[in-house]
Design a protein around this ligand. Structure first.
Ligand SMILES: N[C@H]1[C@H](O)[C@@H](Sc2ccccc2)[C@@H]2OC[C@H]1O2
Length: 325
């Protein structure tokens, strides 16, 4: 089978939300290819925590079953987190269905989630080896649904300030231009990880990235976090750009024309359009860059990358496909 749902951006394309039906109840969740827990806002949380959110109420589902003694606790790269207990229920994403999917029910969530009323939980799409449920680790929706899909893959078609799509089981070739390039994935850390060792600015000479030379494809990260050599060289080509730590990174005059960035993905150059690298206005004339330096060893290619590239995640052969869109 296949499944297809809309991917709707929040303001400034900070995150993309997609509808998921759990035991007949539909919630908009943040699909996250950088983690592997499916957790939701639910009726166990305080009314203060759930104010403005859509919640899942397991008592109203006739297919919910508590997973006795199971719990989860997850913390994310940005310092946010959630923890709680676990059950199973039928989960449907645009027609792709898993009958006994582990659904993690938060009993505590960090303030950044409370203050994000459109986000009613996360749906992890990284590898199940980093799922946090104890004592028995659980599988992601994608792992569970894969064998029933026409093709063992899902795709992300995320758009700048427009509705895109997540699809399971098929690559919709009408969603991108040119050929799709497939590259190998190293999943030893549980991520959709690939080599990324060089870059070029505005079609200029290829330059070598210094640090880890590894990157992950992370739909749950807003920006594109690359080696500092990449960000420094990029903004050196933008008049008036500065690394302004009071703003948290590179800023530039909003009137600037941003160059395209070519970045190595598994040995083939992918392009991130300059227009997609203008993230948000921070004051009347200053804009904040969508490309920033990573603080971790890994480079994290988030939504800024996805706005220029249609990406397919193949769990059948652990490869990543990308194409311009
Ligand atoms: N994979 C990412 C994840 O989806 C988000 S969790 C999140 C937190 C607050 C608001 C929305 C989402 C966090 O930022 C980067 C990394 O961790």
């Amino acid at each position: 089978g296949t499944g297809s749902v809309t991917a709707t951006p929040e303001a400034n394309d900070v995150e993309y939300l997609a509808p998921v039906t759990i035991g007949g109840q539909t919630l908009n969740l943040d699909f996250d290819s950088g983690s592997s827990d499916l957790w939701v806002f639910n009726s166990q949380l305080s009314s203060k925590a759930t104010k403005g959110h859509t919640i899942y109420d397991p008592t109203q589902s006739n297919s919910f079953a508590l997973m006795q003694g199971a719990s989860f606790e997850i913390s994310y790269g940005d310092g946010s987190g959630a923890a709680g207990n676990v059950g199973t229920d039928t989960v449907d994403i645009g027609g792709a269905t898993v009958t006994a999917q582990a659904v993690e029910l938060a009993t505590a969530v960090s303030q950044s989630f409370v203050e994000d009323p459109n986000n009613n939980g996360l749906l992890g799409l990284a590898f199940s080896t980093i799922n946090t449920v104890q004592p028995q680790q659980q599988k992601t929706f994608f792992d569970n649904v894969m064998s029933s899909l026409a093709e063992p893959l899902f795709t992300a078609d995320l758009r700048a300030q427009a509705v895109g799509a997540y699809e399971f089981g098929q690559v919709d070739t009408s969603k991108f231009t040119g050929a799709m390039t497939w590259v190998p994935v190293n999943n030893t850390q549980g991520f959709w990880q690939f080599t990324s060792e060089s870059f070029a600015v505005d079609g200029g000479a290829a330059q070598t990235s210094t640090a880890g030379a590894q990157a992950i494809a992370d739909t749950g990260t807003t920006l594109m976090l690359a080696d500092s050599a990449v960000a420094t060289a990029y903004y050196a080509q933008v008049d008036g750009a500065v690394d302004d730590q009071t703003q948290g990174g590179f800023t530039f005059p909003c009137a600037a024309t941003l160059p395209d960035l070519q970045i190595d993905v598994g040995g083939t150059m992918a392009t991130v359009k300059g227009t997609d690298i203008n993230f948000a206005q921070v004051d009347d004339a200053t804009c904040f860059g969508g490309l920033q330096a990573t603080t971790a060893g890994l480079q994290i290619y988030g939504d800024i990358f996805f706005k220029s590239n249609f990406v397919a995640f193949n769990g059948g052969n652990n490869s990543l496909g990308f194409a311009q869109h």
